[in-house]
Ligand binder design. Structure first.
Ligand code: DOR
Length: 331
């Protein structure tokens, strides 16, 4: 998920730290977090922004570029604080301009990651002149599957998958390939972006897909298959950056980062599968000890406020002024 930096970091971090003991923190800052030194400095800023009394472990990531030095992987492993390296295809999403222009340019880095056991996290969209609704499926064929084959030991998380095609790919992929699913892709289809008018707060990347895709994602998330686990991709942008002629991609869900999943699992009567998805499978994939604390969810409708403060502006949270069916018990 995205924590941003500075005053925006301070504004959004408590929402996540109140719900999760740790999270994988995306590196697409401006400038991006491309080195271990930058990741450690960012980690320090996150910990400094944590309100007293909250415990939270940021799991840092590096942003891969065409120029990433394979030795950086060794430095990252040695730090003990870097949980993965993120592949942003250049131009695919927010702050991805410095991303990788052709995956073959980072072969030496991927080789080193495979050797060292560093996880590759993937934003899975093919860039260029590709239909926005086809980018994920085209990425699987053009980039992901060839990479999975060429680096048989590389562990890969296909992040925020959005299509039935991605679900079936992950089911059939070799060992060491997992996927995360966001609350918005489990709960909404692409009609949400256009319901009665254009709704910028439902615009994220990869974009919401069809109802059949949503159903396949929900089925995978609630299947109990450990390849599929929680990853909110909560991505705050100020109201003014979203509500404009060329608005940013990203949905802010951290204020309800577990509650929305409870709602999704409840719709198919599979709340019994939520704990594995939310608390076990991701930890196991990343070879982290499972957390021992518990959190209690109550079925009780509430409405997120119209906005939250966000630096000098505001963020509009997912389901602002609408309702969410589950809440976290304060105890
Ligand atoms: O919608 C998105 N927003 N998708 C991403 O991959 C990046 C994110 C962001 O950083 O805003």
């Amino acid at each position: 998920m995205h924590l941003r930096d500075g005053a925006e970091l301070a504004a959004v971090l408590p929402f996540t730290a109140q719900r999760f003991a740790r999270a994988i923190v995306m590196p697409n800052l401006k400038p991006p977090v491309t080195t271990t030194a930058a990741a450690l400095a960012y980690r320090d800023r996150i910990l400094a922004a944590l309100p007293a009394g909250l415990h939270f472990e940021p799991l840092m990531t590096l942003y891969l570029t065409d120029n990433t030095d394979p030795d950086e992987i060794d430095r990252a492993m040695a730090s003990g604080q870097v949980s993965g390296c993120k592949l942003y295809p250049a131009g695919a999403t927010t702050n991805s301009a410095a991303g990788v222009t052709d995956i073959r340019r980072i072969d030496a880095v991927l080789e080193r990651m495979a050797e060292r056991g560093m996880v590759l996290q993937v934003h899975g969209e093919l860039t260029g002149d590709v239909d926005i609704f086809e980018r994920e499926v085209r990425f699987i064929e053009a980039v992901l599957e060839p990479t999975v084959q060429r680096f048989p030991k590389l562990r890969i998380v296909f992040e925020h998958i959005t299509t039935a095609a991605a679900v079936s790919y992950v089911h059939s992929a070799r060992q060491g390939v997992g996927a995360t699913l966001t609350p918005q892709h489990l709960l909404h289809n692409r009609n949400a972006i256009f319901a009665g008018g254009i709704r910028p707060h439902y615009y994220c990347l990869p974009i919401l897909k069809t109802e059949a895709d949503r159903e396949a994602l929900l089925d995978a998330a609630t299947s109990g298959n450990p390849r599929f686990f929680l990853g909110t991709d909560s991505a705050p942008h100020s109201q003014t950056a979203k509500e404009t002629s060329c608005g940013c991609a990203g949905m802010f869900s951290a204020h309800a980062g577990i509650e929305l999943y409870a709602e999704a699992f409840d719709t198919v009567g599979r709340l019994n599968r939520l704990e594995g998805f939310a608390a076990h499978f991701g930890a196991d994939f990343y070879r982290l000890p499972r957390n021992q604390d518990t959190l209690t969810l109550i079925k009780d409708n509430w409405s997120p406020p119209p906005s939250y403060a966000y630096g000098s502006g505001k963020i509009i949270p997912m389901r602002a002024n609408e309702s969410i069916q589950w809440r976290v018990s304060p105890s």
